[in-house]
Design a protein around this ligand. Structure first.
Ligand code: PEP
Ligand code: MG
Length: 324
């Protein structure tokens, strides 16, 4: 079975009725890129840069970051690489920042909130990214965006750093796409407004489910509420995709849901453009997509959107498509 899947490595991801999708990888370090290419990744949909900052006792320098980003971009060649700026806080802490303990770290000072407050830390990362931008197909993505102001401010800082680098004689790529993660319900609900301002969305379902269901993604006692197929989640995802497409923007998903065999048919029906997942899931996902018809998945998801519970949706998809 594994051998058969490896035959799909150089194939396209395309449904039986000819609709093309992109299967991309979630990575944490430049060392992951080799296996992305071995497993037929069409891009990197999420490069989690936190790992550069973790398990050490000081912030990484601009130069260290530049080298890491450049290496990923060069190894990926023309294929797109979506780099997410620092998403620290919540379950990921940096002891050397000495941040005060919080009652609700997942609702606290993290990700873009921290980056906009600790601007020098953020500017160093932005400079490293911009300097690496000429070595491949870079797209930059901001995590945990809750308001439009946050996005506009982050984008403003990026443009400031770009101008300052150019003044200093650095080559910076033109037309770098700038997007956001949609992982907070306020942003999903206002997706039509965000879609006018961003170049793309990537839906972070790991957090979007946690915040929509008000169920800590790390807490097993409430894990029964962690429901990717809940019609509430499906409707939010649909809103985000439709809002982006209405403005001619593309939408990926980089939460675990994007590689889930029950969710994939639903997401095909909703016309998600890019599926970003852990490397071992990629060929399985391509294999599944290549055996489905998008026209049928549209009918499937229409029905799911009208159901009452997550379990109803799960059983319906499982039985309709004969999924183990
Ligand atoms: C997500 O929230 O879905 C996501 C991809 O980000 P992370 O898992 O790193 O929080
Ligand atoms: Mg997240």
């Amino acid at each position: 079975h594994k051998k058969e899947l490896s035959l799909l490595k150089n194939e396209q991801t395309i449904t039986l009725d000819g609709k093309q999708f992109e299967v991309a990888a979630n990575i944490g370090t430049p060392n992951d890129v080799e296996s992305v290419l071995e497993h037929g990744g069409e891009g990197v949909g999420l490069y989690r840069t936190e790992f550069l900052y973790m398990e050490r006792d000081a912030l990484p320098t601009e130069e260290e970051q530049y080298q890491a980003y450049k290496e990923v971009l060069e190894k990926m060649g023309r294929k797109p690489v979506v780099v997410r700026t620092l998403d620290i806080g919540g379950d990921k802490q940096l002891p050397y920042l000495n941040l005060p303990k919080e009652m609700n770290p997942f609702l606290g000072y993290r990700a873009i909130r921290l980056c906009l407050a600790e601007q020098e830390l953020f500017r160093i990362q932005l400079r490293a990214l911009l300097r690496a931008s000429n070595f491949g197909n870079l797209k930059i993505m901001f995590p945990m965006i809750a308001t439009l102001e946050e996005f506009l401010e982050a984008k403003h800082l990026l443009l400031e750093e770009k101008q300052s680098l150019q003044k200093q004689g650095f080559a910076v790529a033109e037309n770098i796409e700038i997007g956001i993660m949609v992982e907070i319900p306020s942003t999903a609900i206002l997706a039509d407004q965000f879609a006018r301002e961003v170049d793309f969305f990537s839906i972070g379902t790991n957090d979007l489910i946690q915040y929509t269901m008000a169920a800590d993604r790390m807490n097993e006692r409430v894990s029964y509420l962690y429901q990717p197929y809940n019609p509430a989640i499906l409707r939010l995802v649909k809103m985000v995709i439709d809002a982006a497409h209405a403005q001619g923007k593309w939408v990926g998903m980089c939460g675990e849901m994007a590689g889930d065999p029950i969710a994939i048919p639903l997401l095909l029906g909703l016309e998600l453009d890019e599926f970003s997942m852990s490397v071992p899931s990629m060929l399985k996902a391509r294999n599944q997509i290549n055996q489905l018809k998008q026209s049928e998945m549209k009918k499937l998801v229409d029905k799911a959107l009208g159901m009452q519970t997550s379990e109803q949706v799960r059983l319906y998809v499982k039985e309709a498509l004969n999924i183990e």
